[in-house]
Write a protein that binds this ligand. Structure first.
Ligand code: WTA
Length: 676
């Protein structure tokens, strides 16, 4: 297997060579205060008690009408949770906390510039602002339950306010990562058929005030080409009352939110009582084919799952200050900055900028100043901070009791630095493995119950029952230490409901491979294919090895190779393109882009730059290739398929394996020659 994987140049490469590490145990102090210390939770959430065990999570929420059916499988694999229930997510994240916690900080907003004031938004203020925004969306935009609206916002307090205002009305929000281009937002506007785009004039990143409004103009124009008319663009202001973008406002289309809001001061909007299974939001993610998929998440099930996992895995208490350094434009931010923490009345930190601005001590100063004691970030950020400021954490007086890592496999060496230096040897670490599609954690240790093991995510979460299949669909024996495709045997409340507007693709991509009977209405016949490779150790802990499909994980962001390749093909001169992941110390993986040119064109440095720029324009700066290689031809199979694994081996300076069966084996040596 290891041999084979070497040739495949899979994402698993770093991981495959890892040794099993020794356990680290939680401290007695941590255990003494933990929200979940009862190991019988694993029995309560066993397969025998499925699905009713999830009542425990649903009961963390307030329901207008209690549900009558825990799990409805009649439309399998589109599963419905807590059917019959009526609920509102905005009410659960805001209103219900007022009685006891009106004056508690809900959101600490930290601007990137250190000389700007940190905002501490209480639950009272959040409630007021969410109500007024909901009034605006309803009255001025005419939005109602079931409509979609696209948000293209950076890390600002206005983002969760807008999300919660949508949720209050039952409007389905689709937030596009702020760093994505106007064109990427346009694709998502078209797919979700949004008429309203909500954006901001500008925001700070790396010390620069970035013009964001200009992207909205691109989005509207591009969406129109595909037949989707955006009639209103709502523009928040980085400095309320002042316009900070050089891009002109378009009369009759663009509106300043802060101006419009004046009309709605003091207006309160009753939360709409939504069916539990009504969609709450769409989150687009890259897949194996070019078009991003709109993962549709429901209301009751999703909120129950993120509330439960925020309580038991993030272990948030009322007095804690919790900081997740992800972007709300990704699922981690939706679930574990906004919905999960706010549902359990936490204080959550939102930081506008990059972690190392103006210096690598910044995160630790923020932690010290705000009293952050629970910290959540990704290996890519940990690697970067370790590289540029290995001694910085020591200089600051903060104490974490709990830390999370998420988004990609973490190398044990990096884990240990995180533990010893960032956590000062005091904090427990949870390595949480999950996906946009899954809404919340799939594997993690329960922090007070299971010891940590560097490099391993841990066992399945309570109620999540993983299983590993080999290529032929045979189940690998539990704990056998062999790698295979990790699937989840059962549905769970946080799981996405479908791909927006494309049920067939949902079934095909996530279930078809291991489905026992496509007509079955029994959940047991529908294991969920995660698309990751994993091994299970004899202690039941899973180590995730990375994607089995062609998605590249750059700095914890999933980029579809197909999406990148199609961006390269927007350049006139390019005939063919192929993207392969290259291991990178900081980012985990970076894309190398291979292109061949149409006849009559010749390679040049200018052309390389032009192609790289196309990826940045089409997708965003995170898609910038490490290197654009203009090659005379692509290595191909006889049936004409580009052999990405061969290119991957070349880029990663690995053995290319047997290439004699290729249609053009000579090209391999030619490309290798170019790299010398
Ligand atoms: C990878 C992010 C190893 C995995 C929440 C998954 C991880 C993809 C981990 C989902 C982890 C996420 N250890 N790998 N703790 N967490 N992954 O949709 O390959 O942006 O399938 O969701 O990231 O990325 P997504």
């Amino acid at each position: 297997m290891a041999e084979k994987e070497n040739l495949e140049v899979s994402e698993a490469q770093i991981a495959v060579h890892w040794q099993e590490e020794a356990y680290y145990y939680p401290s007695p102090q941590f255990i003494a205060q933990a929200n979940m210390t009862d190991p019988s939770i694993y029995d309560r959430f066993s397969l025998e008690n499925f699905p009713n065990c999830y009542k425990e999570y649903a009961d963390l929420l307030d329901w207008y009408e209690y549900w009558h059916t825990t799990l409805d499988t009649s439309d399998a694999p589109c599963f419905k949770w807590f059917v019959g229930g009526k609920i509102n997510a905005s009410y659960n994240c805001v209103d219900r906390h007022l009685a006891k916690n009106r004056n508690k900080t809900a959101i600490h907003f930290v601007p990137e510039l250190e000389n700007e004031k940190v905002e501490h938004i209480t639950y009272q203020e959040l409630w007021v602002r969410v109500n007024e925004m909901a009034a605006l969306l309803q009255d001025f935009c005419g939005l109602k339950a079931g409509d979609r609206v696209t948000l293209h916002l950076p890390m600002t307090a206005e983002l969760p306010i807008t999300m919660l205002a949508c949720a209050r009305l039952g409007v389905i929000h689709s937030q596009v990562f702020g760093g994505f281009s106007g064109k990427a937002a346009a694709d998502r506007i078209v797919d979700s058929k949004s008429h309203v785009l909500i954006t901001i004039d500008a925001y700070y990143r790396g010390g620069h005030l970035i013009d964001h409004k200009e992207k909205a103009d691109v989005s509207v124009a591009e969406a129109k080409k595909d037949g989707q008319v955006v009639d209103k663009v709502l523009v928040w202001q980085r400095y309320p009352g002042k316009y900070s973008s050089p891009t002109p406002m378009v009369d009759g289309r663009d509106y300043f939110v802060n101006d419009l809001l004046k009309k709605y001061y003091g207006v309160r909007i009753d939360p709409v009582k939504m069916p539990a299974e009504a969609p709450l939001f769409l989150m687009y993610t890259s897949g194996t084919t070019g078009k991003p998929k709109g993962c549709q998440h429901g209301t009751g099930g999703y909120l129950a799952y993120v509330a439960g996992t925020s309580k038991y895995v993030q272990d948030i208490h009322p007095e804690d200050v919790y900081w997740c350094l992800a972007d709300i434009g990704w699922i981690t931010g939706h679930s574990y900055i906004v919905y999960g923490p706010l549902a359990i009345c936490a204080s959550t930190v939102i930081y506008e900028g990059i972690p190392n601005y103006p210096d690598p001590g910044r995160p630790w100063r923020i932690a010290q100043d705000l009293g952050v004691n629970i910290f959540h970030t990704a290996p890519t950020a940990i690697r970067a901070l370790r590289k540029i400021g290995p001694d910085e954490p020591k200089k600051y007086e903060y104490h974490f009791k709990h830390m999370t890592t998420v988004g990609e496999p973490i190398e044990p060496e990096v884990w240990k630095w995180y533990h010893e230096v960032v956590g000062k040897g005091e904090a427990i670490i949870v390595d949480t493995w999950w996906q946009t599609e899954t809404g919340g954690f799939l594997c993690s240790t329960l922090p007070a119950i299971k010891p940590m093991k560097p490099g391993s995510a841990g066992p399945g979460m309570p109620g999540i029952h993983p299983i590993i299949f080999d290529e032929d669909g045979k189940e690998l024996p539990a704990g056998c230490g062999k790698a295979g495709n990790i699937c989840i045997q059962n549905p769970w409340p946080g799981m996405f409901q479908t791909i927006w507007g494309d049920r067939d693709r949902f079934v095909k991509q996530y279930f078809e491979r291991y489905c026992k009977d496509p007509k079955s209405k029994d959940w047991r016949d529908w294991p969920y294919l995660t698309g990751d490779a994993a091994v299970q150790a004899p202690d039941g802990y899973y180590r995730i090895l990375g994607r089995i499909d062609d998605v590249i994980n750059v700095s914890g962001h999933r980029l579809g190779t197909k999406e990148l390749e199609s961006a390269a093909l927007t350049v006139t001169e390019v005939a063919e393109s192929a993207v392969v992941p290259v291991a990178d110390d900081i980012k985990g993986k970076v894309p190398d882009l291979y292109v061949s040119l149409k006849p009559g064109y010749s390679p040049s440095k200018e052309l390389e730059d032009k192609i790289a720029k196309a990826l940045v324009t089409e997708i965003g700066p995170i898609a910038k290739p490490r290197k654009v290689w203009i090659v005379p031809d692509m290595p191909k199979t006889r049936s004409g398929k580009i052999m990405r694994r061969v290119l991957g081996a070349i880029s990663n300076k690995k053995d290319v394996g047997d290439v004699t069966t290729l249609a053009n084996p000579e090209i391999v040596t030619a490309i290798q020659g170019m790299m010398k």
